[in-house]
Design a protein. Structure first.
Length: 153
């Protein structure tokens, strides 16, 4: 697994996680994750690209593009006990042929119970992924508003 994906996980951590994963393939246009559906897994894209889209009154709006070694499904995983009750917040659509490792949330929870240090590194890594995405989104909004020089950090 690429170092950039959940970067604080060790090779041994990935071995434990991927032993519980299933490899799935998606054709261009396939819905990998459906907005509003129960989020029961985290997906690590191994090959291909996908778009993250929000459904609205005008159809779908693309909000991000994901490529090889990126993850999706993490928001529903993190919020499984919150108000949204594990519902996915966006759809993820395959743009090209996608191969992904699918890791069920229940399997991750059991793994983290048995190996708390893996859970700690997993959540730390996930926090970094989400922080980077938030920074990118903030910069994109600032650029659209003509304020790109205000966001230098």
């Amino acid at each position: 697994m690429a170092k950039s994906t959940l970067e604080y996980l060790t090779e041994n951590d990935w071995t434990l996680i991927l032993a519980r994963a299933k490899r799935m393939s998606f054709a261009p246009g396939d819905e990998i994750i459906k907005q509003g559906a129960p989020g029961k897994a985290i997906y690590v894209i191994r090959r291909g690209s996908a778009s993250v889209e929000l459904l609205n009154l005008d159809g779908r709006t693309e909000i991000a593009t994901l490529g090889s070694e990126e993850i999706c499904g993490e928001i529903a995983f993190l919020l499984k006990d919150e108000i949204l009750k594990d519902k996915t917040s966006a759809s993820v659509m395959a743009r090209s042929k996608v191969e992904a490792d699918v890791i069920e949330a229940d399997d991750l929870a059991k793994l983290f119970e048995s190996f708390p240090s893996v859970g700690s590194r997993f959540y730390r890594s996930l926090a970094v992924v989400l922080a980077r995405r938030l920074r990118e989104t903030s910069r994109a909004f600032a650029k659209r508003a003509g304020k790109e020089n205000l966001l230098t950090h």
